[in-house]
Ligand binder design. Sequence first.
Ligand code: GLC
Length: 638
Amino acid sequence: MKEKKDIFGERPDGERPAGEKDIFGERLAVHYDELKWLYMELYNDEAHFTELCDNLRGIYNARKASLKALDAKREADPEWFRGSGLLGMMMYVGQFAGNLKGVAEHLDYVKSCGVNYLHLMPLMESPAGRSDGGYAVADFRKVQKELGTVEDLEALAVQCHEQGISLCMDFVMNHTSEDHEWARRARAGEKEYQDRYFFYDRWEIPMQFEKTVPQVFPTTAPGNFTWLPDVGKHVMTSFYPYQWDLNYANPVVFNEMVYNYLFLANLGIDVIRLDAVPYIWKELGTTCRNLPQVHTLVRMMRMIGEAVCPGVLLLGEVVMEPVKVAPYFGTVEKPECHMLYNVTTMATIWHTVATQDVRLLKKQLDIVYGLPAEYTFLNYLRCHDDIGWGLDYDTLSQWGMQQIPHKQFLNDFFTGRLEDSFSRGELYNNDPITRDARFCGTTASMCGVEKAGFCGDEHGMERAIRLDVMLHAFMLFQAGIPVIYSGDEVGQVNDYSYKEDPEKRMDSRYIHRGVFQWNLVKNIEKEGTVQERLFKSLRKLETLRAEHEAFEARAKAETCESGDDGVLILKRTGTAETLFGIFNFSRERKEVPWTEGGTDLLTGERIGGDGKVWLRPYDFVWGILEPDCRRAGTAREA
Ligand code: GLC
């Protein structure tokens, strides 16, 4: 067994001043039995459990007073992240501002976007050319040289907190880079380190895995194993060959990775994104996805977090079909992640744009709205990854849309191959055999800004902006945290320069990871520019969202019949108000029957006086029902 860690600056237990409450001890006691039970069930290793608990105390002791104060504040208000006032943005530090200090210098811009939750894309040490955008981590305690230092990161966290901004960072827990110290030592033949990964002398076992484990990157990294000729062994690599899967059946791996997660927490990171979490447990004869042990591990991490840093949230990255996603919330009594990505809704939004048919989106929202109100989603239109068309094909096939041809239609539409398409972008992991492919592009390019700009088509641009704003209005109408992908607020389009970079050109996800265009920001104040129209429309919606309690997670959300497959109607009922949103996903002008009246939240005008609402193509309305018709629940005279 290992010594207690001193790297956290542990204050020996005996030093707690007399009379000071043992807060950590009390918090741990709440979960101790369950934690020990789960740990022993998985590892049956008392010594490592004791080591874990001792080190947790050390990490708690080393936690800064300011962070402990934040923990206490958030513990007293566990709903702190479930209001309507949080607005997120995700960005690459280097692309946005060169390095961490640059981000700190540009926090004024972040604030001017209304953002108070900032997700910094992976920034820990990662070898150039074999980094998977930073998702191949070589050192969990060191920042990439060109981005700065751990001290810069800590200083940025302090500055963010001073300005009311929470920070999110990735915790890449499924694998390490082949350059990580453990991997190097494993490669050098140290058995102890080989045991932290999945090493096999012969192809027999890998071959058995290959029979049941699907491939994540079928075209860029075929197979789930990589042969290491220098070692004479196969190593499991579910993602890229340079990302070696960690073996969580080894308690040392779990303990050490927990310390790495808490290292981020102690730097002042508020939200920890659990990268690729469904993959972390491997078992022969299974798909190695979403296994029960994954939930045990996440539940243990949740309890550990609640003991050491209860102000820190776990955000699960579960890019799976809906039935596999919700279990990562755990149960209300035994929660796992605090938040999850609303990935199916995101993909369904884009399906709806291409088909102009809201039926599937309505069905998807009915599922989400039917989940316990404690479940909090992070909503987004685009992120750093591709869009996988993980839709509900059972339902779609009943409506005549079969999986393969439909995926092909979506990809044709969004790459701009169809005549009536305005979108621009590229395929990702295009598999010529299964004809399956995913899609990459920025929101603006997918909405038509790129094409209209290129063709000087003002009418097309007007429509593109309307679609872009409507999709954001739809996203902002949902509960949870809406997250804008940096650049989307100013309509940044695809960046094709990655093709000239030999390290990136095989990965089309870089098309939407371009350098942030600060020149676009200048246009925000220039009337009539794309940036002015987009940015100001979004700000208006975001401000309204923050002002209305019906956008909070605990409000009741529902879909309504619109009588038109191109139009989606949503309602949110809080304690004091009912809001409604009418979204036209079609390219036609629509007359929507509306007898409930109400006031337009954006213009303050009366709605539906003549029993109808008129919507231009891709237009929307955000309205509030007047109190008397809420009570009566009936039609209201103009
Ligand atoms: C996650 C990331 C993705 C990365 C993968 C492997 O899915 O979002 O960008 O390639 O994990 O770490």
